[in-house]
Design a protein around this ligand. Sequence first.
Ligand code: SF4
Length: 364
Amino acid sequence: MYPEIKRRKTKEIFVGSVGIGGGNPIRVQSMTNTDTRDIKATLDQIFRLKSAGCEIVRVAIPDERAVSALREIVKESPIPVIADLHFDTSLGEKAVSADVSGIRINPGTFRNKKRLDSLIRACKERGVCIRIGINAGSLESALLKRYGHPTPEAMVESAKNWLEYIVSKHDYYNLKVSLKSSNWWQTVRAYELFSEALDFPLHIGVTEAGGLIPGTIKNTMAVSYLLLKGIGDTVRISLTADPVEEVYVAYEILRNLGLRSLYPDIIACPTCGRCEIDLIRLYEEVSAYAKKLRANLKLAVMGCVVNGPGEAREADLGIAGGKGVGIIFREGKIIQKVKEEELLKAFFEEIEKFLKEHPERINS
Ligand code: SF4
């Protein structure tokens, strides 16, 4: 059972071949944390991100050497690449020449509008998407002075000013917006205010959210709140962690809202004194296996037969532990009882068999 969500209609834009906004699915993106100058390490990470389901990747362009590496990264990347720029518009023009699909600019860090005009013209010539990435931590000084703090109103005003400038001066619309703060509620308010006024697609997420657990919680609060209100077209979950985790967290949120599903859903008991099997290890193994599956499946991993069969009945396939043994369920029926050491192998074989019989459950 899922909440009813009416997605807000936004303009359709493109980052390379990936459509964002309009009727497109909510996109999942991330950012590499390798040294962009290290082409191999950056490409390896992009391939790992793509395998996890990442659809668009952003790379930092801090200097000339990073922008020189970009052409090869873009050429070899299996997903569209966005260049992340601050302070220096000339690096942006070089990134556009290196065939990136998008650039992210933070207007608060660009002072020279003339040079920004030249970058916008270069993007328009090649259809390169521009994200206006407003960050509460680097808002323009004039706005800060007027509002006193980087309030949601100040962030929205900054985004509106820049959008209006690009649209009226350059007649360019392949644009999206982000309004990020490290405070989840401030982030939410900024996106809500913006979406009441304009229909440009929104890239949502909380910035500088912290490590895997705190960062997941902050992002889940903001992203779920916004998505439940129909706001948000592409998601990045910022985490101080392996960026692949950002992709998994994004899909967990989307799946729990009934918006997008890529991996199996796993029901697992927390274990208790009744459990006589190494359930945490079993869960970790099933979870690692499920991340490679890309299928609409519900799996159950239960410690004993008290709640095990009941929960497993709701799942397509499940296991329930006993003393040194495990029971495998399929669609509510016990199909096997196997020794603990053979349980995973037998369970994975049953999953494969199930998917052969139900190819419609496999996500492309
Ligand atoms: S399923 Fe069994 S082992 Fe797991 S929490 Fe419930 S009673 Fe405990």
